[in-house]
Unconditional design. Structure first.
Length: 127
């Protein structure tokens, strides 16, 4: 699946978020929550797609990253992101249901199931 623009709020690009997750239902649900809160959402289904998107588009204010994805997982994505001077300063919020997330260099790790109010307050720190 290609990188896609999920429905976006009538907000400026200063409210942009990239969701990187291979679970379409999870992306749609999270995108709805964030769009309702006034954010613009784009998504990619794996780390490789996310890097292509990030290198060709204005940078989002924050990336929400799943760890377990095909082709390029969250760990490899983050290593590649940090090597790229243009992308390395974009904060990353890891969202995972797994108890194994050692070695990920993320700004915040959020566990599923989400507490929506807490999650929105974490995202809002980057705006």
């Amino acid at each position: 699946m290609a990188t896609r623009k999920v429905q976006s709020a009538s907000a400026s690009s200063d409210r942009s978020i990239l969701i990187v997750d291979d679970d379409a239902a999870a992306v749609d649900s999270l995108a709805q929550i964030l769009t309702d809160a006034g954010y613009q959402i784009s998504s990619a289904t794996n780390g490789k797609e996310a890097l292509v998107y990030l290198r060709g588009a204005p940078p989002p204010r924050v990336i929400i990253l799943d760890l377990f994805m095909p082709e390029m997982d969250g760990w490899e994505f983050r290593r590649e992101q940090l090597k790229d001077a243009k992308l390395s300063s974009i904060p990353v919020v890891v969202m995972t249901g797994a108890s194994i997330y050692a070695g990920i260099d993320a700004n915040v790790i959020v566990h599923k199931p989400l507490d929506v109010e807490r999650f929105i307050s974490i995202v809002e720190r980057y705006f």
